[in-house]
Design a protein around this ligand. Structure first.
Ligand SMILES: [Zn+2]
Length: 162
């Protein structure tokens, strides 16, 4: 079982490297990531969050098929943005509204290394953008104003000490 890395770990602030090998070890890692995500009731989990500095993530939203994205490129986002409350398995207990594009077109590779293009809106678009941020060392709290980010993280750390 994989442990989820918490905010403060270097790997969460680094840009991940392209995934090069689509092999059996990857399939096993993906299965473990889906397990960890289900255990922690998440809907998305990026490789850096389990200590792997590669560009891939998994998504599992109620009512949708489980999804895997490797080496994703966001090829288009809508100008229309929406505000929605987000959380992150790497910052447990912290939630805040984040503004993101309502629609996204992403190009990526599946677990067998085959390319695909996906257009998404709603929650799926949001999760794709959140997880893609992880591959660039960006957490959702980094998209908030400095004061709000600082307040939320101070509360988070206070809770850790209790
Ligand atoms: Zn996250």
């Amino acid at each position: 079982m994989l442990d989820v890395v918490r905010i403060g770990a270097d790997i969460l602030a680094r840009k991940a490297e392209p995934l090069l090998e689509f092999n059996d070890a990857l399939k096993e890692t993906i299965a473990h990531m889906f397990e960890a995500m289900a255990r922690d009731r998440g809907i998305g989990l990026a490789a850096p969050q389990v200590g792997i500095g590669s560009r891939f993530f998994v998504v599992s939203i109620d009512g949708d098929q489980p999804r895997f994205f490797a080496n994703p490129e966001i090829v288009m986002t809508s100008e229309e943005q929406v505000d929605y409350e987000e959380g992150c398995l790497s910052i447990p207990g912290v939630y805040a509204k984040v503004k993101r594009s309502a629609f996204v077109k992403v190009q990526a590779y599946n677990e067998r290394g085959r390319p695909f293009v996906l257009e998404a809106d709603g929650l799926l678009a949001r999760v794709i953008l959140h997880e893609n941020d992880h591959l660039n060392g960006v957490l959702f709290v980094d998209r908030l104003g400095d004061a709000k980010r600082a307040r939320l993280l101070a509360e988070y750390e206070r809770r850790l000490r209790i």
